[in-house]
Design a protein around this ligand. Sequence first.
Ligand code: GRF
Length: 218
Amino acid sequence: MAATAKNKKLRVAVLASGGGSNLQCLLDRFPPGDDSPAPAQVVLVVSDRPGAGALERAARAGVRGEVVSPSEFAAAELFGARLLELFARERIGLVVLAGYLKLVPPNVVARYSNRMINIHPALLPSFGGKGMYGSRVHEAVLSFGAKLSGPTVHFVNEHYDRGPVIAQRAVPVYFEDSAGQLAARVLEQEHELLPDVVGLIATGRVEVSGGRVRIIRD
Ligand code: GRF
């Protein structure tokens, strides 16, 4: 998976349902084309929502954007087959879920085992799982009274938010916080953490061993 030569950049697809601020950070760090020295390039953006801000960001960056909605398909397997067809056509080496709200079908998870990552806005394994997305996550952190929160980037497996953790960042949680204030503090860290992890993967410094992740530092 490592990208070494200039013309062997890791080719990245980003799946996003919403505004795509994390996508933007990836586009800024890993622009399409061979001009930048970055070890990866974002070459495909897929959304389930035609109006997603993420698609506008893709268009502005000159990256191919596709709308693929699970509701168009009679079965999850067919939805997955369509995603896999797009990934194959673009020779995708890494799939990044950045605010993607649909379940990725099992055939895609299997094909992209250890090559698909997700960002979650809390410190997993707490405050994750089915239905835990958006402000619900931050509301749960606040109502539990946790004193730390922060983003987690992890490999995707067949269970919601349960694949091997690659990296986390901690931010303080204040008694006076609203869910929106906490979300903003976490998001600021997401914007650094996600591109950092993609860079580590693109340079071959992320190893999975026995269900755990080792980061190879310089
Ligand atoms: C982020 O908080 C991310 O952790 C979660 O969805 C949100 C997406 O935000 N999975 P954006 O669309 O990247 O701005």
